[in-house]
Design a protein around this ligand. Sequence first.
Ligand SMILES: [Mg+2]
Length: 375
Amino acid sequence: MPPALHIARAEVFLLKLPLKFRFETSFGVQTAKTVPLIVLHGANDEVGLGEGVMEDAPMFREETVTGALYLLKELFLPAILGQSFANPQAMMLALSGFRGNPMAKAMLEAAAWDLWARGLGVPLAHLLGGVRERVAVGVSLGIQASEAATVQAVEAHLAQGYRRIKLKIKPGWDVQPVAAVRAAFPDIALTVDANSAYSLADTRVFQTLDAYNLDYIEQPLAYDDLQDHAALQSRIGTPLCLDESIVSARAARQALALDAGRVINVKQGRVGGVAESLRIHDVAQAFSAPLWCGGMLESGVGRALNIHLSTLPGFSKPGDTASASRYWDTDTVNEPLEMIGGYQMVPSGPGLGVSLNREFVQSVASEHWTTDGGR
Ligand SMILES: [Mg+2]
């Protein structure tokens, strides 16, 4: 019988890491990332690590760091601390009465998966049914100052080995950068991501993009829409990829059944965790729809989880698990998570296979608290 998953106490850190580059998307410009981390301590003080992907402001989805930390402290952690569960899914059943807030739940669930897999002595990828020792990596390039700067950024990242280039686009900055990059690199795997910045009235833009042999067009329309995406998909040849719109396995099933998209970007935080990601994986397999693992500018804790998730067979397109050193001078984990020759090796140790860079995290944390739920 496998050991129970016991949650003795929890530590939460909040830190802000400066980004090494200015990241512009249709939302605006980002120069730093707020990183909430949770450390779950087991019965013998073994630990599991989780990273939250919610943001300071509700831009990508509705959740916020402040709201998530409140929920963790006041509701979620008190429901699980001091208790033992058969596995992470059983632990999450204790929170099933709370609606929504998938990112807050996923942060907690991630740490439970790490703790659980460590207890079993196996890499998380093996526990999830992963089939790869390394995962293919693409890169997401923010909006650049000019077409020439875009081509230059693409060239630099191709030289580093990235296997897919994604360009962020917004109204007024869409066909031009794609045309420039395609002219310079006729054969590369190229995609665009609009982060919901368009409406059906912009159909002509996407019909024009059809000429550039994009692998997919990511989330052109509203974050909570499937119907209009289906209408757009019927009018263009390029597959749509859904990101923001896929919040659950049910949403994935409905999207694929409606032909609102033909590719899914899985972000475990957006969908409520690893278990829901596995369900989305199985739904997508049933529709023969390819998946890939998106990124939310995670530090090493979240990046390691994304790498493990990307080992599942349905994750057949390169993910956004670029080198940690592309983003940060110092990471939240001790192990370097670096893309080499277009691939990230899957950390081979138990659980996530990474350890908290505690000295660094403590030195930069603006908030750090521990709770045992009063037990
Ligand atoms: Mg996206």
